[in-house]
Design a protein around this ligand. Structure first.
Ligand code: SF4
Ligand code: SF4
Length: 192
């Protein structure tokens, strides 16, 4: 789990019986991959090691809890989607329950993802959908399947010119690739 941007918890909201982040997200320190239940989770109940849970878990608050712009339809228990603002707002990732892999493509969620993708274009921000570790980059006009993105990889957002005009694209690059160091100022590309 990456720490989500921390805003105050929206009044009246709490995790309740939701434990979806303990399934949908990776927990690096526990070697728990995205999309499988954490061995310490009692689904519908909570964390069996709550007082000793990793800091990675304790620091995580999904956007449903902290973003008043997300309505009740985003409640993870029902939507099967965990929204996380990451990298100081440069990226929004929706982590999807693999049992409902297309949940992010349903309405009203998909339209909202496209709105976020449009808003991210000027600063080359990223909107990602992560389904059990498989990652899709969401753009206003299409989605790009990036497959599994390793810890040693970055996601590069870039422009490319097509006969129909400029469109955004996404690809992966290894963190130790010398090109990665030049990307923030290279042809409008951004690596996150
Ligand atoms: S997904 Fe959000 S609401 Fe659900 S348990 Fe995690 S932090 Fe709480
Ligand atoms: S350690 Fe606890 S809080 Fe962290 S993923 Fe596992 S069950 Fe959830």
């Amino acid at each position: 789990m990456a720490a989500s941007m921390r805003n105050p918890i929206v009044r009246g909201r709490s995790c309740g019986t939701c434990t979806l982040c303990c399934k949908a997200l990776e927990v690096k320190v526990l070697n728990k991959p995205a999309g499988v239940w954490c061995a310490h989770c009692k689904p519908g109940s909570g964390c069996a090691i709550y007082t000793e849970r990793p800091r990675e878990c304790g620091d995580f608050y999904c956007d449903y809890l902290t973003n008043p712009d997300l309505g009740e339809e985003w409640k993870p228990l029902h939507s099967k989607i965990v929204v996380a603002s990451e990298l100081n707002g440069a990226r929004i990732t929706v982590y999807v329950d693999p049992q409902r892999p297309n949940a992010w493509k349903q309405e009203p969620y998909y339209s909202r993802l496209k709105l976020w993708a449009r808003a991210a274009v000027p600063h080359r921000g990223q909107v990602l959908a992560c389904v059990g570790g498989r990652t899709y980059a969401v753009f206003p006009d299409r989605d790009v399947d990036l497959g599994f993105v390793g810890d040693d990889e970055l996601i590069v957002t870039s422009e490319r010119t097509t006969p129909l005009g400029v469109e955004l694209d996404a690809s992966k690059i290894r963190k130790d690739d010398p090109l990665a160091k030049t990307l923030p100022s290279n042809d409008g590309k951004r690596a996150l």
